[in-house]
Design a protein around this ligand. Structure first.
Ligand code: RUQ
Ligand code: CUA
Ligand code: CA
Length: 600
């Protein structure tokens, strides 16, 4: 039995409390002699079939996980400081972080061409400080960021899927005043709104924002480049949890890109802080508000591009919206709710839905702690023709415990292959050694190639991954490089030197195992010192580190990369600069003296 104290939301309105109790499930299947995972094991020296790109939640990072081994292959710092790479310490990364050192990554998505991944970029949001970051897949480092104005709770993010990713859209989960400068009656929540932000993927600049009266939570784009979607759980415009739960129906908000583009071309907007703000409230023609029950969460589009599936969260249902009917909704030929072609009952606490490319949907059930497999066409047929005792549900699998996101292999593309399903479980509870109050999460690997789901593997994850996408290896591998081009950094160093301009000292330093290009650097106390370090080693996996003792500076520089750091030499004395990354038999000798002469 569980010893976890239920953390129930203690308000009367939440009769269906979204509790963290797990109902006393016990671990199952752990002690069989032959684990079903054996057939999927990635032996030493073998490679995984998929790259998993996972958002690290409040760790602020993105992680690369091999699937099906579940090995964590890399952590990509985004909105966090990482001495292992110097992220947040180097001048280059500081410029991209803009003085904000924490973030909350929820959703990582890849760039697309014709409905599948093109292997170029990943995009990831920052819910805490309202930013979007772009990661270059060739080197798996952030190369651009953009602040999203007029928003809080920047949550759902999704790139355009076709023909290519020109736009990336983001939702603001929290309603706020659009101009949030303390003016007006700040307590009057009826004046707040949400915004659907459009970012240019190439330039990483905000193109426009579409304002709505409701909040906008999860996001998706369609497969034609004509629509985007946002779930809204706060159609009530409430500021308290009971207000947000007052109504039985909320919305899936659909944004018409044709009409947005026309409004932009006709200058049909106002400009606030340099950003075009379009009116997307009900009746303006830019949006359709499709009523769905109740406080819905995820919206996911089926790989055939035909359906948007909204997971009901407080309602035990999923709502299936027929995307081919949206033109009629926007033309006023049918009511928005007419586009909901099925609403099967699937279980308690549906959060996210994913697909196997064979017509089946898999929805995470937070309260039931289950993955539920159901057939979309069957749900549509039963909606049209209800039959006593019949259900669209095909299979259920208990997970451990309280699943948030779930994702199948290639499921957010038109190449969904229905091999693996990942269940990102918020609570691991009794599945691992006890490591104190703050426990790992439990990411579970499930085989979905057959009729029934088969649990294959538990993997602990440092809190708290949110979402993951599973991308076939052959899409990513050709793009990944072993080293950057030396000249990519305008200040790349090929010859070490020290130059002085007044009290500004610039040290250009090469690093080739096992020596830095200089053996000592002398400066005066109070000098502003910039070190520019280039790793000039040609060997593909030979990184060098650069740390200055007692100066709070530490960074790793990959092959042919250049990184710089600027600081004030405020402590006189002798300080060893050393390589932090084991690179050579003489790695320990790879160091130089930094001599700071006291001000006389
Ligand atoms: S959310 S557990 Cu931030 Cu993706 Cu749904
Ligand atoms: Cu270079 Cu250790
Ligand atoms: Ca609501």
């Amino acid at each position: 039995m569980s010893s976890l104290r239920p953390l129930t939301i203690s308000i009367a309105a939440a009769a269906m409390s979204l509790s963290l109790a797990c109902g006393g499930a016990t671990p199952d299947g752990g002690q069989e002699a032959e684990s079903p995972y054996a057939a999927h094991e990635v032996a030493p020296g073998e490679y995984d079939d998929y790259y998993g790109f996972s958002s690290g939640g409040h760790s602020g990072e993105v992680r690369i996980v091999g699937i099906p081994s579940m090995r964590v292959l890399k952590r990509i710092p985004v909105w966090n400081i990482d001495p292992g790479s110097g992220w947040g310490i180097t001048n280059e990364s500081k410029a991209m972080m803009g003085g904000k050192w924490v973030g909350d990554t929820h959703h990582v998505q890849g760039s697309y061409v014709d409905g599948t991944y093109d292997g170029k970029w990943l995009f990831v949001n920052d819910k805490a400080n309202n930013r979007l970051a772009r990661i270059r897949i060739d080197i798996f480092e952030v190369d651009a960021t953009v602040e999203i104005p007029h928003t809080q709770g920047t949550h759902g993010v999704f790139p355009q899927r076709a023909p290519t990713t020109e736009w990336v859209i983001l939702n603001s989960e929290f309603r706020t005043p659009l101009v949030n400068d303390g003016s007006g009656d700040m307590l009057d929540a009826s004046t707040y709104g949400g915004v659907h932000t459009i970012v240019d993927a190439e330039r990483m600049e905000v193109v426009a924002q579409v304002q709505t009266e409701v909040n906008l939570d999860l996001a998706a784009t369609d497969y034609s480049g004509r629509y985007s979607f946002a779930t809204s759980y706060n159609s009530e415009g409430g500021a308290t949890i009971s207000e947000m739960l007052a109504s039985d129906l909320d919305y899936l908000v659909v944004f018409s890109w044709d009409n947005i583009k026309a409004a932009l071309a006709n200058n049909d907007y106002r400009t606030v802080d340099g950003v075009p703000i379009l009116d997307g409230t009900e009746g303006t023609g830019l949006t359709a508000y499709i009523p769905v029950p109740k406080n819905p969460h995820g919206v996911n589009v089926s790989p055939d591009g035909n359906y948007a599936v909204v997971s009901g969260k407080v309602s035990p249902t999923a709502s299936v919206i027929d995307i081919t009917m949206l033109d009629d909704v926007f033309a006023g030929n049918i009511e928005p709710r007419d586009a909901v072609v099925a609403e099967p009952e699937i279980g308690l606490g549906p959060l996210h839905t994913t697909f196997d490319g064979r017509g089946n949907a898999y929805t995470s059930l937070f309260i039931d702690s289950q993955e539920v497999k159901w057939n979309i066409q069957r749900a549509i047929d039963l909606q049209a023709n209800p039959q006593e005792g019949e259900t669209a549900v095909v299979d259920r699998l208990d997970i451990h415990y309280q699943v948030g996101h779930t994702m199948a292999s290639m499921a957010e593309t038109n190449e969904a292959d229905g091999r693996y399903l990942i269940s990102l479980n918020k609570i691991s509870k009794d599945r691992f050694l006890n490591v104190g109050p703050l426990k790992p999460e439990n990411d579970q690997l499930i085989d979905i190639s057959g009729e029934s789901m088969v649990l294959l593997k538990d993997e602990s994850a440092y809190i708290e991954p949110h979402d993951i996408i599973l991308v076939r290896r052959d899409i990513i591998e050709p793009h990944v490089v072993d080293r950057v081009r030396l000249e990519e950094h305008p200040e790349a160093v090929t010859q070490s030197s020290i130059t002085r301009d007044g009290n500004r000292v610039t040290v250009r330093l090469t690093a080739t195992a096992p020596v830095f290009g200089l053996q000592e650097v002398e400066v005066n106390e109070g000098d502003e010192v910039t070190f520019i370090v280039t790793n000039t080693d040609e060997i593909p996996d030979l990184a060098h580190g650069f740390a200055i003792s007692n100066y709070n500076i530490q960074m790793v520089v990959g092959p042919f990369q250049t990184k710089s750091v600027t600081f004030t030499a405020d402590k006189p004395g002798v300080y060893w600069i050393y390589c932090t990354n084991f690179c050579h038999a003489l790695h320990l000798e790879m160091r130089l003296r930094f001599i700071v002469r006291p001000r006389s």
